[in-house]
Write a protein that binds this ligand. Structure first.
Ligand code: HXC
Length: 510
């Protein structure tokens, strides 16, 4: 009996060693942790339960029968993050470059199936040379199996991808279909075709980092939602994100203990909006002052900064925040901002996370580039996302909201539940100056007349009361009491139930 126990220990030892000490040292030399070290940091201490430690590939081509590593290049299983269950896979680059064989993919599929069945998030740590070249088409089919599961799990359990090494070719499409992608700076990249192919086909010369590094994907392409300095930071921030999320689409996000008075008054908010309407201010200040303990988990902070998205808690409950940012492009909506916010609103709605919207928007960004780029369709994404969302929706107008953007930004007309306005708010078809230039074109040569017309228009429309008279604004509130009003609104909406008409699925303008 003792021998058998020892045999198990020996086999475990071999599996845990992955590709061996030399390859693990090479991994460390690149500033990367090993697959198992990553799991240890992501999960609560001692909570990891492994599956399929001894799985072996079945390939015999190209001498593969002599290249066996128990576990086949990916560590899978489940554990807890602050006591809540998650499923994980962590590709082991030290074993055949973390390449994906049929059996490697089958391990990932197994934990994905269990995650959906048992209602817990899937977190994938990606560090792989892609399809196992020796297995050919079998490996492609295996990827297809993973993709299909990503699709079916979408909206059922949260899926998070950490890119911690190479992720290239069709392999990128598994992370691409997950809810959040985080990358590690300087040690990870994602691209459909690498620099060599790009050079051959388009004659463009570019490094892997420039083509698909963390900076590219968080600033230019918006493929990734966050970039972190190293593996440790990426894993710690992933733990932080998971705390905001429910385990699945039938559960609510956890309510965390809070030590911040929901009725806290913030006198500084009374002067947040400058007297000069052309002067910007930082909307993040409002978000931080409304959030429990000023804790804000921002998503995609380096992309389309004219809109801010992320998670806060109010009375311990997770809330998704969407806010126009006046200090970037005057907070206008454009293609990038619309896409960014629309996907976030849909995530929140899919997982029953209430949405808080702070509005100060001059409208959609004009321009040939915007029109050619399809701002009509992209803007419609955000409109559609807000309109279909059935989660509690609380909106606060801080300053201006003009034209179509007014309707889009969680207005009453899109089933906003509580729509508040600060006294500084104005709801109008457009700004006073623009309106007067259209209505009184013949008087444009007369500066005094135009100034008077502009003042008249402002007196009539540059306030929240015209909209409030029609019930489009539920209440005009004091800025200093925003946290209290918002907290009470969400409290009143805890039992909200709203359903959309039956359909197979909608046809959001993609
Ligand atoms: C089998 C692989 C492999 C792969 C790497 N290795 N990629 N083995 N299949 N796809 C092995 C290497 O042979 C090497 O083994 C070890 O992993 C480490 O690789 P190195 O090249 O030494 O590491 P590095 O210099 O860091 O370069 C990493 C790399 C490079 C850039 C990822 O290995 C590479 O270009 N690999 C091939 C990438 C690729 O073309 N994959 C297919 C993409 S198409 P030894 O024994 O020497 O240590 C794809 C389609 C998916 O993935 C489709 C889905 C539908």
């Amino acid at each position: 009996m003792k021998d058998i126990l020892q045999q198990l220990e020996d086999r475990r030892e071999v599996a845990r060693a992955g590709g061996g000490a030399r390859r693990v040292a090479a991994q460390h030399a690149k500033g990367k942790l090993s697959a198992r070290e990553r799991i240890d940091l992501l999960l609560d201490e001692g909570s990891f339960e492994e599956f399929d430690m001894f799985v072996a590939h079945r390939c015999t081509d190209f001498g593969m029968q002599d290249m066996q590593h128990p576990g086949d290049g990916v560590v899978t299983g489940w554990g807890t993050v602050n006591g809540r269950m998650v499923y994980v896979f962590s590709q082991d680059f030290t074993v055949l470059g973390g390449s994906v064989s049929e059996t490697h993919a089958a391990k990932i599929c197994k934990i994905m199936d269990m995650a959906v069945q048992n209602g817990a998030p899937v977190i994938g740590m990606n560090d792989s040379g892609g399809a196992r070249i020796q297995e050919g088409v079998g490996s492609l089919a295996a990827y297809g199996e993973v993709f299909q599961r990503n699709i079916l799990a979408s909206g059922v359990v949260p899926q998070i991808s950490l890119i911690m090494g190479p992720c290239a070719g069709g392999a990128v499409y598994s992370p691409a279909m997950t809810d959040f992608i985080f990358m590690v700076k300087d040690s990870s990249y994602m691209f459909v075709t690498g620099p060599d192919v790009v050079k051959t086909v388009t004659n463009e010369v570019v490094t892997a980092e420039e083509l698909g590094g963390a900076s590219t994907h968080t600033r230019k392409s918006s493929v990734a939602d966050g970039a972190f300095e190293n593996d440790v930071e990426a894993l710690a921030e992933t733990r932080r994100l998971i705390d905001f999320l429910p385990l699945n689409n039938r559960e609510k996000a956890p309510v965390r203990p809070f030590f911040d008075d929901p009725a806290r008054i913030e006198p500084s908010l009374d002067t947040l909006v400058p007297d000069n309407p052309n002067q910007p201010y930082d909307m993040k200040e409002l978000i931080l002052k409304v959030a429990d303990e000023g804790d804000f988990f921002e998503i995609q902070k380096d992309f389309a900064a004219n809109i801010i998205i992320g998670f806060i808690r109010i009375e311990g409950q997770s809330v998704g925040v969407v806010a126009n940012q006046p200090i970037v492009l005057a907070g206008c909506l454009d293609i990038d901002a619309s896409r960014k916010a629309a996907r976030f609103v849909r995530f929140c709605d899919a997982f029953e996370i209430p949405i808080l919207t702070f509005v100060d928007v001059p409208g959609f960004l004009p321009g040939v580039g915007q029109e050619y780029g399809g701002v009509i369709k992209h803007g419609a994404k955000l409109l559609f996302a807000y309109g279909e969302a059935t989660v509690p929706k609380v909106t606060v107008l801080t300053r201006k909201t003009y034209g179509g953007a007014y309707v889009v930004m969680s207005s009453k007309h899109l089933r906003g539940d509580f729509n508040y306005a600060w006294p500084t708010a104005e709801v109008a078809v457009m700004g006073a100056r623009g309106a007067v230039e259209i209505l009184y074109r013949s008087e444009l040569g007369d500066a005094d007349k135009i100034a008077q017309r502009t003042k008249d228009y402002e007196d009539r429309f540059a306030n929240p009361f015209v909209a409030a008279e029609r019930g489009f604004i539920d209440e005009v509130i004091m800025p200093h009491s925003t946290r209290r009003r918002v907290a009470r609104a969400f409290a009143a909406l805890r039992t909200k139930k709203q359903t959309n008409p039956w359909k197979k699925h909608d046809n959001i303008p993609l």
